[in-house]
Ligand binder design. Structure first.
Ligand SMILES: [Ca+2]
Ligand SMILES: [Ca+2]
Length: 338
């Protein structure tokens, strides 16, 4: 026993004398931000298909998501909606293409729909359809946020894709995040431009009623109406409705993405294409491709040059960027290297 104690003592002495550490006390190591090198493409990826073969040649980088990392941190210890986002990036000519995938168990676009609450006028004995207005209306839907740092104002330059109100228009909305002081919530400031790709389906005279129905009336089950559908105006005497049936709250114009970029302006300068749970996928997930000029020429957008600090957020059926919880996950800042 004494012999082994002696050997142990010698070992300790040797480690102290010849150890490989420096004399300074060890400092906690801060992990460096992740880096994703942007591939220089030789062709533009198709904006018709999020599964275009060009993406097969670029290894996706997994970036951790957490509900505790956000523009405004949420309560610690809440499980994120997905573990990671998987990011691929390439440039072709003057355009950045980003493909982002993440798991989401529900293609949950909060429908903000009107529901039928009555189908007859008991006094007049006539078939009349009465609706309940949506409980609350807003961006309660699945969302993707890509945020770039580097604006002189200190704001985040945001690209906001939403599964209900922008997806079918093949566009993401330019929305910068601004706050006056570090303790304020983040304000959303839309990029310049007045063009709307979606509008509320609200009757101006009969508050709480939809202004338009799909031509198929009660047999239409879509989440949204489209400008180019044959819409019919409010008609209380439409027959054939059942209690609980719904009328969409949003009307979308899916032709706006074909307008010249200058007409779409800064607010709608990001094209998108998406897929939810493609056939053969092992798990339900979103795949969203974003396509934005590296230098849009607008002062509310970061010029993407050598490298840019980036942050990604995904929302599961949630509206407010400042509200934490299980429905909202963000990455730490990482570098996109051009
Ligand atoms: Ca969802
Ligand atoms: Ca913009």
């Amino acid at each position: 026993m004494r012999h082994s104690l002696l050997i142990a003592g010698l070992l300790v002495t040797a480690l102290l004398l010849f150890g490989c550490g420096s004399d300074k006390p060890s400092e906690p190591v801060t992990p460096k931000p992740q880096r994703i090198v942007v591939t220089q493409g030789t062709a533009a990826p198709s904006m018709d298909n999020p599964e275009a073969t060009v993406w097969n040649g670029i290894t996706p980088t997994a970036v951790d998501l957490s509900t505790t990392l956000a523009p405004t941190p949420a309560v610690a210890g809440v499980t994120a909606i997905a573990d990671s986002v998987y990011v691929q990036a390439l440039t072709f000519h003057d355009t950045l293409y980003l493909r982002v995938r993440w798991a989401d168990n529900s293609h949950s676009v909060w429908r903000g729909a009107y529901t039928v609450r009555d189908t007859s006028d008991s006094l007049a004995g006539q078939p009349v359809t009465y609706f309940n207005a949506p409980d609350s209306v807003g961006r309660q839907e699945d969302q993707l946020w890509v945020l770039f740092a580097g604006l002189a104002s200190g704001d985040w330059d945001g690209l906001n894709w939403r599964a209900l109100t922008t997806d079918s228009t093949f566009l993401a909305e330019g929305i910068n995040l601004h706050r006056a002081t570090t303790s304020d919530p983040w304000d959303q400031v839309k990029d310049e431009g007045t063009l709307e790709v979606y509008r509320a389906n609200k009757d101006l005279i009969n508050a709480g009623y939809p202004a338009y129905f799909h031509e198929d009336t009660s047999s239409y089950h879509g989440y949204t109406l489209f400008e180019n559908d044959n819409l019919r105006t409010l008609d209380f005497f439409i027959r054939g409705w059942d209690l609980g049936q719904t009328v969409p709250y949003y009307i979308l114009d899916s032709t706006k993405f074909r307008l010249p970029a200058a007409t779409r302006g800064s607010r709608w300068d990001t094209r998108t294409i998406s897929d939810y749970a493609p056939l053969g996928a092992e798990r339900p997930e979103y795949t969203v491709v974003l396509c934005r000029p590296m230098n849009t020429g607008y002062t509310d957008d970061v010029v993407l040059t050598d490298s840019v600090k980036t942050k990604i957020g995904v929302f599961d059926n949630q509206m407010d960027i400042n509200v934490g919880g299980t429905g909202r996950g963000f990455t730490k800042e990482f570098w996109l290297i051009f």
